[in-house]
Design a protein around this ligand. Structure first.
Ligand code: HGY
Ligand code: MN
Ligand code: MN
Length: 409
């Protein structure tokens, strides 16, 4: 039988999926009306679970469930409410709503813990709008880089203007950092986004570490020209250089164990079928469990891009947008999550995360732990993303046990 709270979480994931920038598919980027609507719904649900609610200056929604006594410590829970383009329903919202369900259970029993719980619905984790991940959690951790504020989105709207239009305050981002003292840690529930739990027939798993990632902007500048008159050997085609670089990126990642490298965005100028491409802008995402190997791969790719550009008589631009080092989950909190899993009769599977999470940014503030929930086929960043209500029920139970065990320490 499906637990009532798990059913509510599933229904709420469906409801949040209706808040989208695009008709017929889920896209909810940072500081958009769709995100505002999702945040408002989550804030209502938080209030109904006995939490006081506020929004901070970057647009994070924060619910606080007070402790049973004054002067108590605080445990942070949460995940993100923004999404990628054409997203699934569970990447981010599931973690917020499972945590909300565990607080709702306490509230239903009129129970308070010996520590307060603060639940975050982060405003930006995916970084789709500005190519900068973890904007929401970086403000909380006090690591937000103010130089980001002048970055412009595809429509030329700066981040500062977007934050103001959303009702936030770019001047207050530094002041809005969460104080690190008196915290018990941060725990995030998230769909696995990979196939391991499904292959092992397990509903949940405990995360050991989160891979580091580099986000870069790569440009090739050639010379635009007439597609019918410039001979092939006299061209400086920026798109051909970009194509060669993309395949070189794939080849390196295939050769190097554990390396993942992706070009996910490409923009060509002037962009006409009868014009030789003069300029191409690419995004580059590079990940590895080992920071040293990730850094080396980025250097190798920079060198390769320079070689390709030189051979083709084009120039190359190379900018690092963001670097996030690999993060180890806290052994004590992860151990407690494992004991919570065991107490429900499931074997404990420990696994690393290849995807980035808000826990990465929060690790600069406090110790972090994560619980993964099985997803069908390991599919994520795709509208086919799917979880089972039964597994969501297990995640709520595990988190509930975790909260109880933390109270006894
Ligand atoms: O890109 C990531 O790993 C995450 O889904 N934001
Ligand atoms: Mn994601
Ligand atoms: Mn996510």
């Amino acid at each position: 039988m499906i637990d009532e709270h798990a059913r509510t979480v599933m229904e709420r994931c469906d409801r949040l999926a209706g808040f989208s920038e695009e008709h017929g598919r889920l896209t909810r980027r940072f500081a958009t009306d769709a995100l505002r609507q999702a945040g408002a719904a989550v804030a209502d649900w938080m209030r109904a679970a006995g939490m006081s609610v506020r929004c901070d200056s970057v647009g994070n929604v924060i619910g606080r469930y007070e402790a049973g006594r004054s002067g108590a410590k605080t445990l942070l829970l949460g995940s993100h409410l923004d999404s990628v383009r054409d997203a699934g329903k569970y990447d981010g919202p599931l973690g917020v709503l499972v945590a909300l369900a565990s607080v709702q259970r306490l509230h239903d029993q009129s129970r308070r813990l010996p520590y307060a719980v603060e639940l975050y619905g982060f405003a930006d984790e995916e970084g789709v709008r500005y190519h900068t991940a973890y904007l929401g959690s970086k403000v909380v951790a006090g690591t937000f880089d103010p130089s980001y504020l002048s970055r412009a989105d595809a429509d030329g709207v700066t981040m500062a203007a977007a934050i103001r239009a959303f009702g936030g305050d770019p001047e207050r981002l530094a002041a809005d950092r969460r104080r690190g003292d008196n915290l018990l840690g941060y725990c995030e529930v998230h769909i696995e986004q990979g196939p391991v739990l499904e292959a092992r027939s397990l509903p949940v798993g405990v995360v050991t570490a989160i891979a580091g990632q580099s986000r870069l902007a790569v440009d090739f500048m050639g010379m635009a020209g007439h597609a019918g008159t410039v001979p092939m050997d006299l061209r400086h085609d920026a798109l051909c250089a970009a194509a060669e670089f993309i395949l070189a990126t794939e080849a390196l990642a295939r050769r190097e164990p554990g390396l993942l490298a992706t070009v996910g965005q490409i923009a060509t100028q002037p962009g006409a079928s009868n014009v030789i491409p003069g300029q191409v802008a690419l995004s580059l995402d590079v990940r590895h469990r080992s920071d040293a190997r990730r850094t080396r791969a980025v250097e190798q790719l920079a060198e390769r891009a320079a070689q390709i550009a030189a051979a083709r008589g084009v120039t190359r631009g190379w900018r690092t947008i963001q670097e996030s080092p690999a993060v180890l989950c806290d052994p004590a909190l992860a151990g407690l999550l494992g004991r919570a899993v065991e107490s429900l009769g499931y074997p404990v599977l420990e696994l690393p995360s290849g995807a980035g999470h808000d826990a990465v940014a929060l690790s600069d503030l406090t110790r972090v732990a994560m619980l993964f929930v099985r997803c069908r086929g390991g599919v994520s960043h795709n509208p086919a993303e799917s979880v089972m209500a039964e597994d969501v029920g297990v995640a709520i139970d595990v988190l509930g046990q975790f909260l109880e065990m933390l109270a006894e320490l």
